[in-house]
Design a protein around this ligand. Structure first.
Ligand SMILES: Nc1ncnc2c1ncn2[C@@H]1O[C@H](COP(=O)(O)OP(=O)(O)OP(=O)(O)O)[C@@H](O)[C@H]1O
Length: 239
């Protein structure tokens, strides 16, 4: 069913979606929308159903019940958590992008390279890249197909704080300059709160969701974060 005109900025809409695997019910009654041009971040503990949601969006799996509407002709790119097969390839980062670009719709990979500080490591073999450089390369590889929306599965999981901040800076640039919508799965609660337009807190069901600023003030949100194992720092004293 197409999205009606009044919801034109809605790229993805989950309505009462549940997913069952045998006797397991990892997702129950999931409702959310992803709006064009926004960064939506899904947070939750291991086993919360985050990857299952990403797979449903990508059409790799179907909901057991409920309805998922994807905006017609939406091009979705996926940046996986890891890409084991590529990390040992005896090929430079530059040649890797060059090869991918020759098969893609966006031939201008060198321009995309500006986003990721590519000149500093483009002549390095992929196996020599740092975790942060490799993630940036994967991100750029995904952008080669001119997606409208990209899904990032825990992109900063193995990165140190400086590389995480750098990665989120790039994500924000991509959002602004290329007008790409971002759907991100993440564990980095505090970076998420700084860098998202919408946060969805998941643990089999949606515990709460909203704009980071609203949620930060919301005791239900703080309680549900504690309940699912996120440490919440209460900064209630003055320096
Ligand atoms: N194909 C499958 N068959 C059976 N159970 C599955 C399948 N895929 C996922 N599950 C189960 O669904 C639940 C949610 O898994 P999912 O991978 O979506 O969680 P997650 O939030 O992404 O976890 P993590 O943070 O560890 O990656 C888990 O209990 C998992 O074992």
């Amino acid at each position: 069913m197409p999205i009606s005109k009044s919801e034109d900025t809605t790229l993805i809409k989950f309505s009462n979606v549940s997913k069952q695997f045998g006797k397991k019910l990892p997702l129950t009654n999931i409702n959310f929308t992803v709006k064009k041009g926004e960064v939506t971040t899904l947070i939750g503990p291991n086993g919360a159903g985050k990857t299952t949601i990403a797979r449903l969006i990508l059409g790799l799996d179907n909901p057991s019940s409920g309805n998922i509407i994807i905006h017609p002709n939406l091009k979705i790119g996926y940046v996986p958590q890891r890409l084991d097969f590529a990390s040992d390839l005896p090929i430079t980062a530059e040649n890797f992008l060059y090869l991918l670009a020759s098969n893609s719709t966006n031939k201008d990979w060198q321009e995309l390279g500006n986003f990721i500080d590519f000149d500093n490591y483009k002549h390095h073999d992929i196996s020599e890249l740092s975790g942060g450089q490799f993630q940036k390369l994967m991100l750029t590889a995904t952008l080669l197909n001119n997606p409208d929306l990209i899904i990032l599965d825990e992109p900063t999981q193995s990165l140190d704080v400086t590389s995480q901040q750098e990665f989120y800076r790039i994500i924000n640039q991509i959002k602004k300059r290329l007008n790409i919508t971002i759907f991100m799965i993440s564990h980095d609660l505090f970076t998420v709160m700084k860098n998202s337009d919408q946060v969805i807190c998941l643990n089999g069901h949606i515990c709460c969701s909203g704009k980071p600023n609203d949620l930060a003030e919301n005791q239900d949100f703080l309680n549900s974060l504690s309940a699912i194992g996120f440490y919440v720092h209460h900064h209630d004293h003055k320096h």
